[in-house]
Design a protein around this ligand. Structure first.
Ligand code: NVA
Length: 370
């Protein structure tokens, strides 16, 4: 018997019942554009390259994503998959054109599930402007199947050059300069318009913690605050990160009371007070097992901490990330190893490649001391 569809998820750890897992079809290295240039490290093998990824790499990534989906299904979790648009196509709006797009490997970046609502984020890269279309068939289906589901699209941005700071277009920016800019919140995106990527938000019931950085600006955080008047929305930033995009390699809740923080991207003291006074422990994540990301990958080695929590006692960790697995095992969790490293270049790790549809549980206040 098929279970009725229900859209509901309030946090990152309640028992997972229904999830979307991305696909690598038509995977691209995006053509240069302002937001993207700011994110590609100087020494990266991605610099100056763009176009369709190889057939073999796409097939391998899809094999791993299929296996991950099968593993989740064996655990009784319903898994849906997107309908990839052709990311190889050039796109144009009245304001910009780009020569190709990205993928739909990382639904977490685009879809923000809060309670019975799924929001399509504005996104902040031009190449990701139409990515929501790959998820539309699923969202249309949920809309028909669940009368309680609220389907929301955040205001689509124009992404003209005014949305990006020209300082970041320079060919070389050394790391000390980048760190100094991050520390004073001088990010590549300006405050021209509302911008956020869904993966900058981490959900703690009544509290939403949102990274202010390259992909989410202060106006984006303000939009979330106004959109969720019953939530407390906390803006955070991580001065140690020269490329601050997406919170899920930086600040990762595991279960009520426990967060992993990337030791190189420490949450500043004044922002820790809120967690401390509510008895939440912020632990330094274990170091990654690898010195380098896989070839042609945008993300850092810290995809090691991009874990998917299945319930407060069970967590999926990438199979080669033995140190992260060990740490979580010592913390008393059952660790489920999942091979995904060859899919990293398409958009990220185990958390990135999923988006919640349903987790059990309700909206709770985990920070009663405000
Ligand atoms: N900023 C992240 C990407 C998160 C998926 C990184 O460490 O590369």
């Amino acid at each position: 018997m098929t279970r009725a569809i229900k859209v509901s998820s309030w946090n990152e750890w309640d028992p997972l019942r229904h999830v979307i897992v991305g696909k690598a079809d038509h995977g691209q290295i995006p053509a240069p554009e302002p937001a993207l240039n700011a994110k590609v490290p100087e020494e990266s093998d991605m610099r100056g390259r763009w176009g369709r990824r190889s057939k073999d790499s796409i097939a391998r990534a899809n094999e791993l994503l299929d296996e991950f989906s099968a593993l989740l299904r064996r655990r009784g979790i319903r898994v849906d998959r997107p309908d990839p648009i052709d990311h190889n196509l050039a796109i144009a709006t009245p304001d910009f054109t780009v020569a190709n797009q990205f993928t739909c490997m990382a639904p977490r970046d685009v879809l923000l599930t809060i309670g019975n609502e799924i929001i399509e984020a504005t996104m902040s890269y031009r190449c990701r402007w139409f990515e929501y279309l790959s998820y539309r068939p699923l969202l249309e289906h949920y809309f028909e199947a669940d009368r309680g589901f609220r389907h929301v699209a955040a205001p689509k941005p124009r992404l003209t050059d005014r949305s990006y700071r020209p300082d970041y277009f320079a060919d070389r920016i050394d790391e000390p300069t980048r760190l100094e800019w991050t520390a004073r919140k001088h990010f590549v995106t300006t405050e021209q318009e509302i911008l956020f990527d869904a993966a900058d938000v981490t959900r703690f019931g009544r509290d939403l913690v949102v990274q202010h950085g390259f992909t989410t600006n202060a106006k984006g955080i303000d939009w979330l605050r106004r959109h969720f008047p019953s939530h407390r929305v906390h803006a955070v930033n991580f001065p140690g990160d020269p490329y601050p995009i997406h919170i899920d390699c930086t600040f990762v809740p595991i279960r009520p009371g426990l967060i992993l923080n990337n030791p190189l991207r420490r949450l500043p003291d004044e922002q820790r007070a809120f967690f401390a006074r509510n008895d939440w422990l912020i632990l330094e994540a274990a170091p990654p097992a690898h010195n380098e990301p896989p070839p042609l990958c945008y993300s850092s080695v810290w995809l090691s901490m991009n874990v998917l929590v299945l319930d407060p006692k069970t967590v999926c960790v990438e199979a080669s990330e033995v140190r992260q697995a060990e740490q979580l095992d010592r913390l008393g969790l059952e660790v489920v190893p999942v091979e995904l490293r060859d899919a990293y270049p398409f958009g990220g790790g185990l958390h990135c490649c999923t988006a919640d549809v349903w987790r059990e549980g309700t909206c709770e206040d985990y920070f009663p001391r405000g």
